[in-house]
Design a protein around this ligand. Structure first.
Ligand code: UT7
Length: 349
């Protein structure tokens, strides 16, 4: 049976290291709170004017493509996951296609936030299995630092996020001991608003609040964005952290077990779990619930914070570069986040 395998992997982290203490310049917070509640010690921020979500994706992609032993011209499809695109539209997929001078191939943008990379990987996996494409570039990249509320008002969100990118090249394999065994995707939109960036958007809730009852066409044309949205900080991400935490610690183990049980594996068979790096406490809870040993779970949130769609490929790449993911290993990737959406992928390296 034809499967897809990761033929090359790369990551990019901006040089600029921002410690918890560095954030004290902007907001009332402290190193102890951040470390105790999240495990984060520092994160990276992209260069303000010279780096974008796409430029970081380019760096990670070049490494992944080189490691796959091909060139950008061999790529026949792009799937790009991000919640912090260079433009509201078009998406980053076409910008990556342009930057790497690729052929006029298809470029698909995925907006599934923390589980974005796993959704992207799943889509790419299906295209490889069907025989449609042979070299798919799958990317997760985020420049969060440009869209966070650095005042004390936004501290529960802003201290968590960091910038970075990860990329893989997927290729077909006939080797039954290798590749992506399956992917498992889920959603529950009931809680869509508890972790969200409402504006700009077409929801018009803000305008209802403001009681703009009788606006004319010109005013309607301005509903996408307003000065008052900016003044009230309604352009930044909103998160009910404790509610997200409670759901995450249920859905993470569930979707990991779903992947393992689909192939009659037990948690003891797992060589490495690479969880989305949302919060070290969530990873530790999941580890404990599944009875996994320390050497079965990879965490790097301490150094990079939460890089959303980039976090799984960055962690997988780093684990592999450090020799912690080896040929023949059984690896589970898992993520949970805004939507809610959650997902897992089980693979043999
Ligand atoms: O990847 C996307 C998915 N996201 C997640 O999975 C995040 C899940 N949630 C979490 O990780 C945690 O809920 C947080 C880390 C976001 C927050 O931790 P928490 O233990 O749930 O804290 P909390 O929101 O209940 O806030 C506790 C206190 C509050 O003060 P009071 O009301 O008790 O006086 C906050 O105002 O901590 C305060 N606080 C802070 N203090 C210092 C919130 N943010 C900060 C901060 N520094 N940065």
């Amino acid at each position: 049976m034809k499967r897809s395998k990761i033929a090359g992997i790369g990551k990019y982290l901006p040089e600029n290291v921002v410690t918890n203490n560095d954030l004290l310049k902007y907001m009332e917070t402290n190193d102890e709170w951040i470390q105790e509640r999240t495990g984060i010690k520092e994160r990276r921020y992209a260069h303000r004017t010279e780096e974008t979500t796409t430029t970081m994706a380019v760096e990670a992609s070049i490494i992944a493509i080189e490691r796959a032993g091909i060139t950008p011209q061999d790529i026949d499809f792009i799937v790009f996951a991000t919640l912090s695109p260079d433009y509201y539209f078009p998406g980053c997929g076409v910008l990556l296609q342009r930057a790497l001078k690729m052929k006029e191939i298809g470029a698909l943008d995925v907006r599934n936030q923390c589980s974005g990379f796993l959704y992207a990987l799943s889509v790419a996996d299906q295209f490889i299995r069907s025989g449609m494409y042979k070299n798919i570039l799958v990317v997760g990249s985020e420049k969060h630092s440009f869209g966070l509320d650095f005042s004390t008002r936004g501290r529960n969100v802003s201290v968590i996020f960091g910038d970075g990118a990860g990329a893989v090249v997927l290729q077909p394999t006939e080797d039954s001991n290798k590749g992506i065994l399956s992917t498992h995707l889920h959603s529950d939109g009931e809680s869509a608003e508890i972790l969200a960036n409402y504006n700009p958007g077409t929801h018009a809730n803000h305008w209802k609040e403001e009681k703009y009852a009788d606006f004319d066409d010109a005013e309607i044309g301005q509903m996408f964005f307003s000065h008052s949205m900016i003044d009230k900080g309604q352009i930044y991400p909103y998160m009910d952290g404790p509610a997200v935490f409670k759901k995450a610690v249920v859905k993470f183990p569930e979707v990991i077990l779903e992947a393992l049980h689909a192939h009659n594996f037990q948690t003891s068979d797992l060589d490495m779990l690479i969880p989305h790096q949302a919060n070290l406490r969530i990873s530790q809870f999941v580890q404990q619930k599944l009875g996994l040993k320390d050497n079965q779970v990879y965490n790097n949130i301490q150094r990079y914070g939460n890089t959303t769609a980039a976090s799984v490929p960055i962690a997988l790449c780093e684990a592999w570069e450090n020799g912690l993911v080896k040929e023949g290993d059984l690896i589970c990737l898992a993520a949970f986040g805004s939507g809610f959406t959650w997902a897992s992928a089980l693979l043999k390296w």
